[in-house]
Ligand binder design. Sequence first.
Ligand SMILES: [Zn+2]
Length: 136
Amino acid sequence: MSSKHQSPRQSLNASPLPEPKPTKSIVASKVPTNADANVIIKDLRHNYLGVEQVTRLYDKDGKVNSNVRIDFTSIKLANAALSKGYVLIDGKQCPVRTYQPPFCHRCHTEGHYASNCSQKPLTEQRLRDLFQQQQQ
Ligand SMILES: [Zn+2]
């Protein structure tokens, strides 16, 4: 039942997703939802160097969730916090991971998801319209 057909070369060519970029931002999870960002940042600055900004993250329906984005002043300092696997917030160990900005598959830019995309979908009808405009 083992398939030895896979060649390592193919996996090199077919890499649709780019490598995660090193970033100055991390995401801490399991943060108490009632904790204020200002309180969290005070707490973090007590224990970590280079904490620049703390942003609470929200669900799609606008509800606050247990994730908090932490921006550091440098990638090095962000990695230092990441290397421990958690940050201490309010005495609790909150697991951390690299923050990846949302990526829109509709207009292929970072910063938002396709569900929040402000670009109009490029439908066949719109393509025809654009084509006709160019003909006039
Ligand atoms: Zn978009």
